[in-house]
Design a protein around this ligand. Sequence first.
Ligand SMILES: [Fe+2]
Ligand SMILES: [Fe+2]
Length: 226
Amino acid sequence: MIIAQITDLHVVARGRLCYGEIPTNAQLAEAVAHINSLAPQPDVVIASGDLVDHGREEEYEALHQILAKLTPPVLVIPGNHDRREALLKVFADQRYLPRVEAPFIHYAIEDYPIRLVGLDTSVPEHHYGMMCEERLRWLDETLTAQPDRPTMIFMHHPPFRTGVNWMDASGLHGGRRMEEIVARHHNVIRVVAGHIHRPIHVAWGGTIASTAPSTCHQGAARPCGW
Ligand SMILES: [Fe+2]
Ligand SMILES: [Fe+2]
C-alpha cells in the first residue's frame, strides 16, 4: 500500500496570495499534478491539516476545487488554521467525514490493508493543539477495536517536542498521555503530522512519528502558529 501525505496547504480564496505574497493555491495545484504523475499511484492521499489559511468558506471552496483534480482519493483532517464548521459544510460530499454538528473530525478508514485513523487536534481560535480526555478516550477505544490490523494515525500537531521552540509553544497538549496509549497498541506502525512545515522523524510511543514539509512555505521564523 502506498500512502502520500500532503500537509499545511494554507489555501486562500481564488485570486488571492497567502500573506499577500505566497501562491499557496498554485503550489498545491503543482503538488496535485506531481502526485497524479507518480507511477505506481498512491492508494490514498492524506492531507494533515492547515488545509486553508483563515478557515473561510471561500477558501474551502478553492481547496475543494484543487483537490478534486487528484486521481487517488484524499482524506482531510483540520489544523489550527481550519474551522470545523466551514470545512464540513463545503466538504459535505465526503462521506467519511462526520456531520457538521460533530464536536471533532475523527474517523477510522477500514478500506485499505493499513487502517487509517484521522485525529482532530484543533482548538478553535488557538494555534496550539489538544488531546483532551474525550479525544484520548476515542483514540484508545478506536485502537482497541482492531488490535491486529497495522494502523497509521495522522494528525496536525506533532505529539512530540520538535526542538523548534517557537513552534513547540503552539504544540500539542496531551501528547505524553497519547504516547502512553499508542505504546500499548503495538499495531500502530506510524504516526504522521504536519504543523511545523518541515520534516522530522523520531522514535515515539514504541513506533515512528514524523512531520512532513508544507506544500507551500517552509516556515521562516515568525512568532505565530503555522
Ligand atoms: Fe499548523
Ligand atoms: Fe501550517
